[in-house]
Each structure stands twice: as structure tokens, then as C-alpha cells.
Design a protein around this ligand. Structure first.
Ligand code: DOR
Ligand code: ZN
Ligand code: ZN
Length: 464
């Protein structure tokens, strides 16, 4: 059999297995065509020697803000996806708080067009659910939305949180359409109240950020999302879990078989409140980074399966926007390029296995967002997306060397003990040994498989 590319001698990491399996991979037409102990020479095939390296299914970052269209002075699909490729990511899912917000079919189509011209990686697009756009759900899905996103706490973009009534109505409709809803789970009223109190305290201590948007604000919103999921039947996903209180709620809900999934981000796993004096607004993000107890609880949540996935919430801003006084500085941390080196280094420190990491950063996002088995594993016939890692390559994080437009990293000076060696997307190297080898516009829009037709009883009507 002929292949275009053969990866020889790598150690494959099965996200659901333990340890690694030494095997060759044969790739043809961008798909995985063979997986065997040994694949013999095939005429014309490019051979990549993966000896000594581990091969993971391509990493999926299911939560990024690439700021395109409308805020491209911060980032755009080219810079964001290039940084993602350097970081080992083969698919990034973009959030809808752009300008205009991705709230209707036309906006989604336009964003897909822009990303299609600029993206180095594959991409998927979340669509906004707000109080005003219930009639847009079907059109958004027709255009290929990955899932829906609700901002319960307002954040960058000032998207108003839907009240309880419109939210429940939206969730019932989404349940009927079989679409999962991602939540930015913070309670607006609590945030506004305590932010007002904190702003009255002089001195601008950055540790006030987690008092201005307290853990109870996240827990309150998580509880509402879970209750409404139970009532409406909609599947939900809790983005960027930061507080131990939320973990208990999610753990309990999973026990009751509520269809809830959860993600956390590297900044909640590698930073805590003790870093505020050193990092100030560099680590300003919503929801805020909390106490060491929360960080430790999140690692336990990873170990016991309460946390399903790692996403970055890559939220770039300009240096000037980050360097403002505490309350004026914009919230958000760039993360697509540093996530894998940080998490792989955590593997080397024994905090999780490489298999668990492959599950958290590839299989789980693919499954939860409906892209599996095309993405997220080693299925024959699936896309040949791989992240090849060297678990013995030391590195040092330097903001100035990152490829996002946002280069002020809270991880400046962090030493890493493992690195991404190469990234393959649909059979082509998009990054090799620290050099971007892919091209802008190679990335595809990736849509979940779902039934094409809306049930007749739903067409054009709201769900009561
Ligand atoms: O800190 C944040 N920044 N939190 C969010 O939810 C949005 C994000 C952004 O878009 O900048
Ligand atoms: Zn958010
Ligand atoms: Zn976000």
C-alpha cells in the first residue's frame, strides 16, 4: 500500500490507555490509513523518524478568543492560529465575543470565511446565545456552529447576560436541537456589587480581583446552569472552572447523571493568589485566579474526572491594555503556545499521566463537541492530526519569543522540561522543530456531525 507520509518508531499515546505503544503510522490523503508495528517502505512516502518521541492525537483547544473580526489589533486568526500551531494545537475553537458577536448565521459565515483565509490550524466556531437571538439557533447550526456559548457574567465584549426566562427558553430549544451549551459561569449581580465595594478600597492590591468576583459568584452561576440543564434537558459545559465550590457542584451533578462537562485552564493550575504581588494585572483574568486550595482542588478534579478537559481561554490584549491600573486593565491571558509545554512538564513532575493529558486535551474536547472519531484519536480513516512531543527537551518561557500578538506572559521565566517537537494537521507538518511549516489558509472549518433537519415541530417556534 502507498502512503504519503509514514511516522516511524514513535510511541503512541492512547488517551484511554496506559503507557505507550510503539507503532508506525501510515498516512494517505490526510487520513490515518494504517497503524501497525512496522510499516515497510512505500514508494514516494515521506518518512519521519519519531524514534524517542511520543505521538498524541492532535491537541484541541476548545476555548480561544482570536479576536477576528473586529478586534484584530489584539490578535487575528493568522497570529492566533500560528501561535496555536507552535503550541502543538491542531484545532482551536473560537468564542463569539468578537465584533460583531457571532450571534447570527451571517456573522458565523463571515467569521468562517475570514478564518478560512488566515488560519494555520483547523478551527471550529462557537455561536452566541443571548436574550435576543433565540430565532437564530437553527441558522447558526446550519452554518456549522460547534456549540452555543452563554455569558452569564459579562466580560470582554460586554455581552449582556440573559435573564432566567430567556435563558431557560434558549436551553429548551437547544435541548431539542441536541446542541451543548458552554457557559461563562459567573453571576453578574454579585460581580457588580462586590466589584463596586472593592473599587472603593484604595491601593489597588491585585488580590482584590478574586474578592471583586468571588468564588460564590461562579458557584451561583454553575448551580443555575446545572439546574436549568436538569429542567430543560440541555447538555451543558462549564468553561474555565476556577473555584473549588464549583467543582463540588459539578461532581454532584455528574453523580446525578446531569449532562454536564467541565474545563479548566493552565492559569488556574499553575498560578494562585500568592502570585498577585509578583504578576499584578498580567494575571488578571475572569473568572479570577484564586487561592492555592482552589489550584490544588482543580488538580484533584482532573484526577477524579470532574474536570473533563483543558482549554486555554487564550484571551489576548495589547501590552498597553494589560499594563493599566488594576480596575482599568483588561482581563485575559494568552495561552495557546504555553499550555502544552506547561502541561507536559506537569506530566514529568508526576501530576498526571501523558495518557490523561491526551484525554484532557484531545479526546475529551473532540467527544464533548461532537468531532470524534474524526478528531481526537487514532481511528483509521480519521484525520491525520498528531502532536509529537519530546518529553526530555528543556525550555524556558519568554514572552518576547511567543507568536501571539499578546506577548506579556504570566509564565515569563518558567522552566519547562518537555516540548512540542512537531505538529501534523491532516497529513501535513504545520510545525517542525520550532519552525512554522504550514500556511495561512490551510485550516478548515470543522463542524460537528448532527442531524441536518430540525424536527418539524420546532421550526420557527419557541419552545415552551
Ligand atoms: O478574562 C477574560 N477574558 N474572561 C473572559 O471570559 C473573556 C476573555 C476575553 O475575551 O478577553
Ligand atoms: Zn469566559
Ligand atoms: Zn473565554
Amino acid at each position: 500500500m502507498n502512503y504519503d507520509l509514514i511516522l516511524k518508531g514513535g510511541k503512541l499515546i492512547d488517551p484511554l490507555g496506559t503507557g505507550s505503544v510503539r507503532a508506525d503510522l501510515g498516512i494517505r490523503d490526510g487520513k490515518i490509513a494504517a497503524l501497525a508495528d512496522e510499516i515497510g517502505g512505500s514508494q514516494g512516502a515521506e518518512i519521519y523518524d519519531a524514534g524517542g518521541l511520543y505521538i498524541l492525537p492532535g491537541l484541541i483547544d476548545a476555548h480561544v478568543h482570536f479576536r477576528d473580526p473586529g478586534l484584530t489589533y489584539k490578535e487575528d486568526f493568522a497570529s492566533g492560529s500560528a501561535a496555536a500551531a507552535y503550541g502543538g494545537i491542531t484545532l482551536a475553537a473560537d468564542m463569539p465575543n468578537t465584533l460583531p458577536p457571532t450571534a447570527g448565521a451571517a456573522e458565523l459565515r463571515e467569521k468562517a470565511r475570514i478564518a478560512g483565509e488566515k488560519s494555520y490550524t483547523d478551527f471550529s466556531l462557537f455561536a452566541l446565545l443571548s436574550a435576543g437571538n433565540i430565532e437564530e439557533q437553527e441558522g447558526l447550526l446550519r452554518e456549522g456552529a460547534l456549540g452555543f456559548k452563554v455569558f452569564l457574567g459579562s466580560s470582554v465584549g460586554n455581552i449582556a447576560a440573559p435573564g432566567a426566562g430567556p435563558l431557560l427558553e434558549q436551553m429548551k430549544r437547544a435541548a431539542a436541537l441536541g446542541v451543548r451549551i458552554a457557559f461563562h459561569a459567573e453571576d453578574n449581580e454579585l460581580n457588580e456589587h462586590f466589584t463596586r465595594l472593592c473599587r472603593g478600597i484604595s491601593g489597588g492590591d491585585p488580590a482584590l480581583l478574586s474578592k471583586a468576583r468571588p468564588a460564590v459568584s461562579e458557584a451561583e452561576a454553575v448551580a443555575r446552569a446545572i439546574r436549568f440543564a436538569e429542567y430543560s434537558g440541555a447538555a451543558i459545559h462549564i468553561c474555565h472552572v476556577s473555584a473549588r465550590e464549583s467543582l463540588s457542584l459539578i461532581r454532584e451533578a455528574k453523580r446525578r447523571a446531569v449532562p454536564v462537562s467541565a474545563e479548566t485552564c493552565p492559569h488556574y493550575l499553575f498560578l494562585d493568589a500568592s502570585d498577585y504581588p509578583r504578576l499584578g494585572t498580567r494575571m488578571k483574568v475572569y473568572p479570577p485566579i484564586r487561592e492555592a486550595e482552589d489550584r490544588e482542588a482543580l488538580w484533584r478534579g482532573i484526577a477524579d474526572g470532574t474536570i473533563d478537559m483543558i482549554a486555554t481561554d487564550h484571551a489576548p490584549h495589547t501590552a498597553e491594555e494589560k499594563d493599566r491600573p488594576l480596575w482599568e486593565a483588561l482581563s485575559g491571558i494568552a495561552g495557546v503556545e504555553t499550555s502544552a509545554p506547561l502541561m507536559l512538564s506537569a506530566v514529568n513532575r508526576g501530576l498526571l499521566s501523558l495518557n490523561s493529558y491526551a484525554r484532557l486535551a484531545s479526546l475529551a474536547p473532540a467527544r464533548i463537541w461532537g468531532l470524534y472519531p474524526r478528531k481526537g484519536g487514532f481511528a483509521i480513516g480519521g484525520d491525520a492530526d498528531f502532536t509529537i512531543v519530546d518529553m526530555n527537551r528543556a525550555g524556558l518561557i519568554r514572552g518576547a519569543e511567543l507568536h501571539s500578538q499578546h506577548r506579556t506572559s504570566p509564565y515569563e521565566g518558567f522552566e519547562t522540561s518537555a516540548a512540542v517537537a512537531a505538529v501534523i494537521l491532516r497529513g501535513r507538518f504545520i510545525m517542525k522543530n520550532g519552525v512554522l511549516t504550514g500556511s495561512a489558509g490551510y485550516g478548515h472549518l470543522v463542524c460537528p456531525e448532527r442531524p441536518r433537519d430540525t424536527p418539524a415541530n420546532l421550526r420557527g417556534r419557541s419552545v415552551l
